[in-house]
Design a protein around this ligand. Structure first.
Ligand code: ZN
Length: 405
């Protein structure tokens, strides 16, 4: 059985590969180093799980978050779980588990975070045994990504030590900066496959108010008129707690979610939201990566996120079922003025130090976010251009600038 569609049916109970998954899987199976850019909710994991079933040896999946790995592993069909190993705990037992999987199934799916991988590979002779090196949420390996960690800098060395296996990098965010950072990490040719990030079922708008009280009134009005689950994004933990409390006082079923909470509490909050028991989740950027909830109807931002990459990822969590969903980003005039003044002077002083520094590049990306807020052109078109795509038509009809609301 070497047909990817048959693997989808027999292993994953899915009718076959979806249109945008197919070229990625075909590129990987043809042995090419592949960068796949699939819109959020596009089924990225299947694009390396299917080739895994069709391969021998170790498929190594580097993932930024343990929570994400746990989700992926628990979602695997049971016949694949026996050959799946998550790198955590002592190296000896992990080596044994990998060895057993290779002897029994001739293959092993290994999930790991970047820090543990570097450690493990130093202590374990895996050279020549790894067939494929998968970078999941590959934007995290880029300084343009939003959760950059030093351990990602070690990945090229680890890859060399493994005798340069085939690379598959998957991401939903594809600004040219991210893409060139990923490419620059490894001295190989990449086949880049990009499915459009255009999400025609999302209505995007930006609303500016004079003061935060006006914004809160407007937000409350929209929440009262909601037609499905709501995610509200805020930038700080304090703001998340305050907003969640305020909504509860207004008689709404809301909960807050941020990285400052203990893991167990966080996963309970997440589970209640996914099950529909909590209607409104107020969260920082910590919420969402790898979360599979298809019926989110509204994504509100009580303040602009720091970068357009963050914005794209966050609005991408609305309407994964393909139904019309609303994304409203609120801004307040006095805050915008302060933000822009601070940004201008920070850019000026950073410019004098180094234009190559991460901090300087981050400031420029913040500037992109500010331009997006002010643009009078189509918002979907703006996002597509930012990601290096072109919009087929000049007006989308479902953003505030095209539709007038
Ligand atoms: Zn538009």
């Amino acid at each position: 059985m070497d047909n990817p569609d048959l693997i989808c049916q027999n292993y994953f109970s899915k009718p076959g590969l979806r249109q945008h998954q197919r070229p990625v899987v075909e590129s990987v199976l043809s042995g090419k180093n592949t960068i796949g850019i699939l819109a959020t909710g596009g089924g990225k994991s299947l694009t390396y799980q299917v080739p895994y079933v069709l391969s021998q040896g170790i498929t190594l999946v580097v993932s930024p978050l343990i929570a994400l790995i746990d989700d992926q592993v628990s979602g695997l069909p049971s016949r694949l779980k026996t050959s799946t190993v998550t790198l955590s705990g002592g190296n000896d037992s992990l080596r044994q588990a990998i060895q057993t999987a290779l002897e029994t199934d001739r293959r092993c799916l290994v999930y790991t975070g970047p820090e543990k991988l570097a450690h493990f590979v130093k202590a374990t002779p895996l050279a020549g045994m790894v067939t494929r090196f998968v970078l999941d949420e590959a934007h995290c390996a880029s300084e343009w990504g939003n959760t950059f960690r030093d351990a990602y800098l070690e990945l090229p060395k680890v890859w060399e030590r493994l005798e340069r296996p085939q690379i598959q990098a998957m991401t939903a965010t594809a600004s040219p900066g991210t893409l060139s950072d990923i490419k620059a990490m490894f001295p190989v040719e990449f086949n880049v496959i990009q499915s459009s990030i255009y999400r025609s079922n999302l209505h995007l708008s930006v609303v500016e108010h004079q003061a935060t009280e006006h914004r809160d009134n407007h937000l409350l009005l929209l929440i009262r008129k909601r037609i499905g689950p709501v995610i509200i994004y805020a930038n700080s933990r304090t703001y998340v707690d305050r907003t969640a409390n305020w909504l509860c006082e207004m008689g709404l079923r809301a909960e807050g979610f941020h990285a400052g909470m203990p893991t167990e509490i966080r996963s309970n909050i997440q589970a209640r939201f996914i099950a529909g028991k909590t209607e409104i989740l107020v969260a920082t950027i910590a919420f969402g990566m790898g979360i599979d909830k298809s019926d989110v109807r509204h994504v509100f931002h009580v303040e602009p996120p720091s970068t357009l990459e963050d914005y794209q990822q966050q609005v991408g969590r609305a309407g994964r079922d393909g139904n019309l969903s609303w994304c409203v980003l609120f801004d307040t005039m006095n805050k915008r003025r302060h933000r822009n003044e601070a940004l201008r002077s920070a850019i000026k002083s950073a410019e004098q130090e180094s234009r190559d520094a991460f901090s300087y590049k981050l400031l420029l990306r913040k500037g992109e976010m500010e331009r997006f807020l002010k643009t009078a052109t189509c918002r979907h078109g703006y996002l597509l251009t930012y990601s290096g795509e072109t919009m087929a038509k000049r007006k989308c009809g479902h953003c505030d600038n095209c539709s007038g609301h």
